[in-house]
Design a protein around this ligand. Structure first.
Ligand code: SF4
Length: 349
């Protein structure tokens, strides 16, 4: 049953004020990290790659709408629309589907480069963030609300869709003041949205397979590649892609085979299983690395607790997160919640 809840009186003023404050606060934090990446790279890299990014997957699972409301990139990119400067053009469903597919390819292309460049180079990471922001800002300057970035070309969006299929809460929409149907279906406002829910054209169908089937194996492969440090050679770029691509290929093959047995209503279980596997792989490798117990001693350490914590405690943490995510995705029934509550529809001109 579709939950067509709209915020009939739009978001209450007090709630909107709180969300605006949060947006400003998180945006300032984002700016501080951005400047630190340029001027104090070791601090910036630590804040961005070892604190902000590791928190993000869990937040996407539990409360995707919170992230959609406060993401600093989204706050920047939707500024033209908030200020009434956007040309508010419409994008066709086909074009949006093409952009969504491009975003998935972009995600798989950029993430391995963390080992080659971004993880240890503050300026490169800052340039990447600036470039993504410039593209998003320009797109939102031309097209309406989230249609050209947050719900299409943003490389994180496909991951939001995979992980955010059964979020805990629906929060008020702190961006769109009225719904103009800029994206159909709107990923923010559709209950239990997931990547296989809409596969009406070839781009959507291919994108769905690439992100659901490919992501878990890709994550596994990614964590088996060390950060490469200078001097870096051209041949190194093959090295950082090899294992992620191999993992991607194996898991996509498994997904395509299993798809035959999980059709119709069962399809959702398969999507949930792959989502649980992907996010569990992430924390299985990320938590030990952050605490100094990673496979590659120098990489991604937030605080080195080797010698302080017993090894079994790390295993206990990773088993706990794995059990949590598999229970979250596979034991909870779809709760008919969307990421955010749709604002009232705009009056037709
Ligand atoms: S709520 Fe409406 S205006 Fe906002 S992103 Fe969704 S479809 Fe677009």
């Amino acid at each position: 049953m579709s939950q067509v809840i709209t915020n009939a009186n739009t978001t209450p003023t007090r709630s909107l004020t709180i969300w605006r404050l949060l947006q400003v606060l998180v945006w300032i934090v984002g700016l501080v990290i951005f400047l630190a990446l340029i001027f104090y790279p070791s601090i910036g890299l630590l804040l961005f790659w070892n604190i902000l990014i590791p928190v993000a997957p869990a937040l996407l699972v539990v409360a995707t709408g919170v992230w959609r409301n406060i993401c600093p990139l989204s706050t920047t990119n939707l500024l033209p629309r908030h200020l009434g400067l956007s040309q508010k053009r419409k994008l066709s469903v086909t074009t949006q589907s093409k952009l969504q597919l491009a975003a998935i390819i972009l995600l798989y292309a950029i993430v391995p480069l963390r080992h080659l460049l971004f993880n240890n180079n503050g300026m490169a990471t800052a340039v990447l963030l600036f470039a993504l922001s410039a593209i998003g800002f320009t797109m939102s300057f031309i097209f309406d609300w989230k249609s050209a970035w947050c719900s299409t070309l943003c490389p994180v969006h496909a991951v939001e869709k995979l992980y955010g299929g059964n979020t805990l809460v629906s929060v008020p929409n702190a961006h769109c003041l009225e719904c103009v149907n800029c994206s159909v279906p709107c990923p923010d406002s559709t209950p239990n949205f997931h990547p296989a829910l809409v596969t009406k054209n070839a781009y959507q169908a291919l994108g769905s397979i690439l992100i659901i089937g490919g992501l878990p194996g890709f994550i596994w492969g990614w964590f088996h590649v060390p950060d490469l440090r200078t001097p870096i050679h051209l041949t190194d770029s093959f090295e950082v892609y090899q294992l992620p691509i191999a993992g991607f290929a194996v898991s996509i093959l498994a997904y395509l085979i299993l798809q035959k047995y999980f059709q119709g209503k069962k399809e959702r279980q398969l999507v949930s299983f792959f989502a649980a596997t992907g996010v569990s792989f992430y924390y299985w490798y990320r938590i030990p690395a952050l605490l100094g117990f990673g496979k590659f001693a120098q990489d991604a350490v937030l605080v080195n607790l080797r010698g302080t914590l017993p090894e079994w405690s790390i295993l206990a943490m990773t088993i706990t997160t794995t059990v949590f995510f598999f229970s979250w995705f596979l034991l909870r029934k779809p709760n008919q919640r969307s990421w955010v509550i749709r604002p009232q529809f705009a009056a037709k001109a």
